[in-house]
Ligand binder design. Structure first.
Ligand code: IVH
Length: 680
């Protein structure tokens, strides 16, 4: 055997193992992915051409391995325990009091506080640093052998590093990160397959695959949180005396540990940790359903011992549930701004994800088919974070005899116009256009919304009320509302009417891009509106646009071009645009210059304080179009600071650094000298 090949292979394996450790355990990748992939490919190629040198524990072996039939039972070396739960501060207090009583001590106790990962428990045994077996929890005594599948999980090391014990049974949670879960379900939906209810079920389903190559594709991950047992023949690796330090030992051996874990003091420390993690729950990359609090000192853990299957020294403090069961009372059909008809589930109210939910979206008829849901069914509702509540599953065993199929109405429930289905699409639409009250209302709500004309105070409820009273028949009517009519509405005081009128007046000054977006042309979102504005520059030119010119514009395809042509070819829409302009809607004319012409190129501007004659964002857009960079902070590199009313720390910093500062009037004069007119 060629000695240099053996050496090269060993060197590559060591390098890759080191990168795995940096990436999965230290969460600090040492090389770019491309370099890692290159090392892997090089190793793979060498192993392919030297099959004698293949080693079952080489990093290349993560995706191979074969299962032979069903999962075999495995007896755990020590039982896999579960945890008792608490749901309130009072229960947590009793838990801590029980501990104090048992320890005959009043002293504050130190806890290791960990997120409660929502996956499934696994026990992995390393013998002489090599992964020899992995098993699910099962009944706590006997689990199922999932070694081949666990070997495919990228963050599970096949070999340990450092001074590990000769036998180590380490416990952790296998989970599916949220983004992998979303991708898995999106692919399943696209293929018309079955989706998973939540990442935990997806993780369980993926781990229990008879074909390990399927598990390998599913992007599972692991964090370890306990040592089941450790034997150390050579006495190299004595276990530390606190749980937190033991977790650090796990990391030293190459085993990933959740980075959010902290040591906290007493009840207050634990409650603070709970609140902090709960606040960050949505932004974590993985699902958690609470926190786990563990007495930190091992000596105290040993003194406290166990009851039945759970330790006395640990507890799970659970978050409010994000999934609940309830009954589907009815399905209503809502008509959106573009006529799309959306089925909405009316539910028996249920407390889930911290709020009472009585409606859930059903998206479209395909979703209803996919779920197989019928009126009268018991369903599982999920409300995670700020996401709209969704029905994720039907509890088929609870279907009543009188359950009814959900059918799409043939006519719009609001205006009675026929409902049509678009070819190759799951969407049904009301054909009533702006004659349909629902479409009219929704288009007005869109027009007034923050990203559109941004009319402060003209929210959805008020739009509904104004439409009901016949005061708004199109978006243009917003600009002929007067204070007296508004003040005469129910629950509208003089002051709020006055505020609304001033917000409407303020909103008259907008940008061309926002104006286009506000019109609510189908499939014209903010980005497309911006592209249209930059291309046409004036409303007159936009109104003359034809299909061929439109498809030349960035990101505009055939379909969007058709929607734009249809919108601008409609008499009613043209009339509304005319009225809007007549009634005072306008925007500063922005002359977009070619690169050579951009007079502020290479300059960095900072806008601070309140501007009175224009909106901050409009000022920013104008500066950008003139080639300047617009930054949020002042530094030595800042060219000019525009300081509006009550400018604070940024103005002070500019003065300190000697950066030139101008006020709003001077700014507007400068713009005017550059050919940009700002009308008040
Ligand atoms: S410790 C001796 N720590 O919760 C204590 N468990 O309800 C054994 N879990 O079966 C468990 N995150 O699957 C522990 N940081 C964490 C955990 C955690 C999730 C799961 C684990 C366990 C279940 C008990």
């Amino acid at each position: 055997m060629n000695q240099s090949i053996v050496e090269k292979i060993n060197q590559l394996r060591t390098q890759i193992e080191e990168h795995n450790y940096q990436y999965y355990v230290l969460d600090n990748p040492s090389v770019p992915d491309a370099e890692y992939d290159r090392l892997m490919r090089e190793l793979q190629a060498l192993e392919n051409s030297n099959p004698d040198l293949v080693d079952a524990n080489s990093p290349t072996q993560k995706v191979s391995g074969k299962m032979d039939g069903a999962f075999q039972p495995v007896n755990h070396l020590t039982p896999m325990l579960s945890l008792d739960n608490v749901f309130s501060e009072e229960d947590l207090e009793s838990f801590i009091q029980r501990i104090n009583r048992r320890l005959h001590s009043e002293q504050e106790i130190e806890f290791t506080c960990e997120p409660k990962l929502d996956g499934l428990a696994v026990s992995i045994v390393y013998q002489d640093g090599v992964l020899v077996s992995a098993a699910t929890r099962g009944d706590g005594q006997t689990g199922e052998d999932v070694t081949q599948n666990v070997r495919t999980i990228k963050s599970v090391p096949l070999k340990l590093r450092g001074n590990y014990p000769s036998l180590l049974d380490v416990r952790g949670e296998i989970f599916m990160p949220k983004d992998s879960f979303d991708k898995l379900n999106e692919t399943a939906i696209a293929k018309g397959g079955k989706t998973f209810v939540n990442p935990r079920n997806a993780a369980a389903g993926s781990l229990r695959q008879l074909d390990p190559s399927v598990t390998a594709e599913r992007s599972l991950a692991v964090y370890f949180y306990a040592i089941g047992s450790a034997q150390d023949d050579e006495g190299k690796s004595e276990l530390k005396q606190s749980h937190f330090d033991r977790l650090q030992q796990l990391k030293d051996w190459g085993l990933p540990v959740c980075p959010e874990i902290e040591v906290c003091m007493g009840k207050k420390g634990c409650l603070d940790f709970y609140s902090r993690i709960l606040r960050r729950r949505d932004s974590l990359a993985y699902e958690i359903d609470g926190v786990v609090l563990k007495v930190n000192l091992i000596e105290l853990q040993d003194e406290l011992g166990f009851v039945a299957k759970a330790p006395r020294w640990a507890i799970a403090h659970k978050f409010p549930a994000q999934e609940e069961m309830t009954k589907l009372q009815a399905v209503d059909f809502q008509v959106g701004r573009t006529g799309a008809i959306t089925p909405v589930a009316r539910l028996d109210p249920v407390f889930v994800g911290g709020v009472t939910v009585s409606n859930a979206t059903l998206h479209n008829m395909d979703e209803i088919d996919r779920l197989g849901v019928m009126v009268g069914d018991t369903v599982i509702i999920r409300r995670a974070g700020d996401v709209i509540p969704q029905i994720v599953k039907v509890v088929n065993e609870r279907r009543p005899d009188n359950a009814r199929m959900v059918t799409i109405p043939s006519h719009c429930p609001v205006c009675g116009s026929p409902v049509e289905k678009e070819e190759d699409q799951a969407i049904y639409r009301c054909t009533g256009g702006l004659f349909c009250d629902a479409q009219k209302r929704e288009s007005i709500k869109h027009f007034a919304s923050r990203k559109a004309m941004d009319i402060d105070g003209l929210g959805d409820k008020l739009v509904d009320l104004l439409c009901e009273q016949g005061l708004l028949n199109s978006v243009a009517d917003i600009f002929i509302l007067n204070k007296e009519t508004i003040a005469s509405l129910e629950r509208m005081a003089d002051k709020s009417a006055e505020n609304l009128i001033s917000a409407i007046n303020k909103a008259k000054t907008t940008t061309f891009a926002k104006f286009i977006y506000s019109l609510g042309i189908r499939e014209v979102g903010e980005v497309t509106a911006n592209n249209l504005a930059n291309h046409f520059l004036t409303i007159e030119k936009l109104l003359m646009a034809n299909h061929d010119e439109l498809v030349q514009i960035k990101d505009i395809g055939e379909v969007v071009a058709q929607h734009i042509v249809a919108f601008l070819g409609n008499e009613h829409n043209l009339d509304v645009i005319d009225k809007l302009l007549d009634r005072g809607v306008h925007w500063p004319e922005v002359k977009i210059m070619s690169l050579e012409e951009q007079p502020l190129i290479e300059q960095t501007w900072v806008l601070t304080g309140t501007l009175n004659r224009m909106k901050r964002n409009d000022a920013k857009q104008i500066l950008l179009s003139l080639g300047a960079k617009v930054s949020g902070s002042v530094s030595k590199k800042t060219s000019i600071v525009v300081a509006g009313d009550s400018a604070g720390s940024k103005l002070a910093k500019a003065n300190e650094l000697g950066v030139s500062v101008i006020d709003e009037d001077t700014f507007i004069e400068r713009l005017s000298s550059l050919g940009v007119k700002v009308t008040d």
